[in-house]
Design a protein around this ligand. Structure first.
Ligand SMILES: *C/C=C(C)/C=C/C=C(C)/C=C/C1=C(C)CCCC1(C)C
Length: 246
């Protein structure tokens, strides 16, 4: 199967290449987090397990997306949008779980976890409806994009100024304080790549206003995913390892 994909991939198919690398990198990261779990204090084990789940789930979807791309995408017949959204709908709420687990020591309540999970699911379901509605005639739905952005803004607010930020600030651990701040940057900068990509699609604001196209949207999404999933997991790992006594 592997050789089949390689022989199918054109040497200049750099997007296909990032699906391929993405698959390997996510799988490697998942194995890494699982093994390192044994080296951190008990209270951090769940955080590392969640990091492993995020990258492991992504690896499985990258396997599918890589094959889908080899079959249809490289010839211009479309992006693996469905797999992409299934992946995000599972992994982004898990990133919200990470914020909860990190601030739990400082008193985070279950309600925080649910608010973040609901906001992220809302963001992705609206985004998917917006993408699925683009049938080539009406372009990408601006309305659903705006609705989706409300969920994004809510998460952004919570991690920068709201409950997560306040809890992290109140935490006795410097590692948690600094780590949560770093993760908030991921949400602000790393996550922003996705709505920008959405707005570059036919009918999107950047597409109509500036003429930006979405030819490379999969490339950007693949790069963003690697940063946001593996990088995010490494920040969590760093918090765990620096504040473990072992
Ligand atoms: C690993 C995957 C991650 C972190 C994915 C994050 C995805 C988003 C932040 C998507 C956001 C969107 C909007 C804010 C509006 C337009 C539709 C989306 C779904 C692309």
């Amino acid at each position: 199967m592997l050789l089949g994909i390689i022989s199918k991939m054109a040497p200049d198919d750099y997007v296909g290449f990032t699906f391929f690398i993405g698959y390997m990198a996510m799988a490697a990261a998942a194995v890494f987090f699982l093994f390192e779990r044994g080296r951190v204090d008990d209270k951090w084990k769940m955080s590392l397990l969640v990091s492993a789940l995020i990258t492991g789930i992504a690896a499985v979807h990258y396997g599918y997306m890589r094959d889908y791309w080899g079959e249809f995408g490289a010839s211009g017949d479309g992006s693996p949008t469905f797999f992409r959204y299934v992946d995000w709908t599972l992994t982004v709420p898990l990133m919200c779980v990470e914020f909860y687990l990190l601030t739990k020591v400082a008193g985070a309540k279950k309600s925080l976890l649910w608010k973040l999970i609901i906001a992220s699911t809302w963001m992705l379901v609206c985004g998917y409806i917006g993408e699925a509605m683009s049938d080539g005639t009406m372009g990408h739905s601006v309305q659903w994009g705006v609705l989706s952005t409300l969920g994004y803004l809510y998460i952004l607010y919570t991690v920068w100024l709201g409950e997560v930020a306040k809890l992290a600030e109140a935490s006795k651990s410097d590692a948690v304080k600094r780590g949560v701040r770093t993760l908030a940057w991921f949400v602000l900068v790393g996550w922003a790549i996705y709505p920008i990509g959405y707005m570059c699609m036919d009918g999107g604001w950047l597409n109509s206003a500036l003429g930006w196209g979405s030819d490379n949207v999969d490339l950007w999404y693949n790069i963003a995913d690697a940063i946001n999933k593996i990088g995010f997991g490494l920040v969590v790992y760093n918090i765990a390892i620096t504040s473990s006594s072992k």
